[in-house]
Ligand binder design. Structure first.
Ligand SMILES: *Cc1c(COP(=O)(O)O)cnc(C)c1O
Length: 467
């Protein structure tokens, strides 16, 4: 399998080449040259497989530069009951007739990002050893991404993580999760500033090409193709577990990474009826699917909400879907995401007949949920069904209810456990969410964190000193 850029660059790459890269050289995102097709007979064959073996079957359709035995071993090492809590790894839970929750949040950091990041950690370690190289991962986080990356990379050979977070702005639980790690290859850096300052520092270092090359600086952000590919697997698993001949999914969405994996699964022939995109008050994606207008928000227009992992001003993976929607026209994708967005901050496909196909041909629908919807959904789900959901999953459930169709099961992806967002759960239910035993007393553990000014020079100095 070869990979191409959504912006039409003529180069083609293999999986392991793009594994450790971010954007394509022309600023586009990588996608496979085509989507391998999975027919009904193959799906039947996969029905009885353990999750790790299902992952191997799907990954091996896209990865031909890792020997099959090695890839299978990596999948089996990643998706274990010990790490993910159940033999099914991503079990379905029935809420009511035709409505299911798919649990993706039982990994080490209690959010779905573990599903991809745990695999990425093992792939990185494998590929870096093969190349006899080292990698310094520099990232910025406001919560879930940073902890998922650290728990995936801790103790891995050849990898160091330098994770910037805004000083004092994460929830106490999230801070404790990250700062209690004592592994020598994990560096927590609390920046005296806000999340945007952290991101600016990462950008400044990434733009310093000589430094980036000398110190082998890389990232693990959500545009990484390997992360997206890992997420494709649980759509297949959800479908197979449901036993239905056709299902729909609702996906709480921010950067469009999770639901883009659903799009890939659907393009491979998985019988998905609708892919419902659920947003919070930051409704960039809902606006697009309703109107055909994609409009990046300014920082004054980006709201801090009680589902903070979906607080985005633009959806960094969205370009992948638009590229497919436009019939894989790289020049046009370049014009929309390069020229038009940088000049006007928006583009408008409402008059284009291709936009109509977002629903009819690709199955997309969308909806939006607000703080009061979130509280009502958390309360309703707890009282009626005895299930406590987190704030992001509540956004998904609210929008799923608006898109139910008799005869087609709706699977809602659970993206985090309630303990991560305890304050809002207390507001909705008046009780504290349960805490998995391994996190008892985590706030009292010794913390390993360095405070730093919001200054790119300071992080460069720190990286030099710790390599
Ligand atoms: C990251 C995250 C999301 C959004 O996922 P995207 O892939 O960015 O769309 C939703 N919920 C939680 C809990 C997350 O951590």
């Amino acid at each position: 399998m070869n990979y191409l850029s959504t912006r039409g660059h003529p180069d083609r790459k293999r999986f392991c080449e793009i594994l450790l890269e971010g954007l394509a050289p022309d600023g586009g995102l990588y996608l496979p040259e085509f989507y391998p097709q999975v027919d009904a007979a193959t799906l039947e064959k996969w029905r009885g497989l353990a999750y790790a073996d299902l992952a191997f079957e799907i990954l091996s359709l896209y990865i031909d530069d890792i020997p099959a035995a090695d890839l299978r071993a990596i999948c089996r090492k990643t998706y274990t009951r010990e790490v993910f809590g159940t033999p099914e790894i991503v079990p379905l839970k029935k809420l009511e007739d035709g409505l299911y929750l798919q649990a993706l949040s039982n990994g080490p950091t209690l959010a779905f990002k573990d599903m991809a990041m745990q695999l990425l950690g093992n792939l990185f370690e494998y590929e870096l050893a093969r190349r006899a190289e080292q990698l310094n991962i520099l990232g910025a986080t406001s919560g879930d991404t940073g902890s998922a990356a650290e728990y995936a990379m801790r103790g891995k050979q050849g990898v160091r993580v330098f994770m910037l977070s805004p000083l004092g702005r994460m929830s106490p639980f999230q801070q404790a999760q990250m700062f209690s790690l004592q592994d020598a290859n994990i560096h927590n850096i609390a920046v005296k500033g806000v999340f945007d300052d952290c991101q600016d520092m990462v950008k400044a270092v990434s733009n310093d090409l000589p430094f980036k090359r000398e110190y082998k600086v890389g990232t693990v952000n959500s545009i990484n193709w390997a992360r997206l590919l890992a997420q494709v697997v649980y759509y297949f698993s959800g479908y197979l577990q449901s036993g239905a001949s056709r299902v729909s999914f609702t996906v709480p969405s921010g950067n469009f990474g999770n639901v883009c994996a659903g799009h890939v699964a659907r393009m491979m022939g998985l019988p998905i009826d609708k892919l419902v995109v659920a947003t919070n008050e930051n409704d960039v994606l809902d606006e697009f699917f309703r109107t055909g207008v994609y409009r990046v928000r300014g920082s004054a227009d980006t709201h801090e909400t009680s589902s903070p992992s979906m607080d985005i001003s633009k959806a960094s993976n969205f370009e992948r879907f638009v590229f497919d929607l436009l019939g894989r026209d790289g020049a046009r994708t370049q014009d929309l995401f390069g020229a038009q967005l940088s000049q006007t901050g928006r583009f408008d496909l409402s008059a284009d007949p291709l936009f109509q196909q977002a629903a009819s041909r690709y199955g997309f629908a969308s909806g939006k949920s607000t703080h009061s919807d979130r509280l009502a959904t958390i309360a309703h789900t707890y009282q009626q069904q005895g299930v406590m959901v987190d704030t992001h999953t509540a956004d998904g459930l609210k929008v799923a209810h608006e898109n139910l169709q008799a005869g087609t099961p709706m699977l809602v992806l659970e993206t985090a456990l309630p303990i991560k967002f305890a304050a809002t759960i207390v507001q909705a239910l008046g009780i504290e969410p349960p805490r998995p035993p391994q996190f008892e007393g985590i706030e009292d553990l010794p913390k390993r964190v360095t405070e730093m000014a919001a200054d790119a020079k300071a992080i460069q100095h720190y990286i030099r000193a710790h390599c």
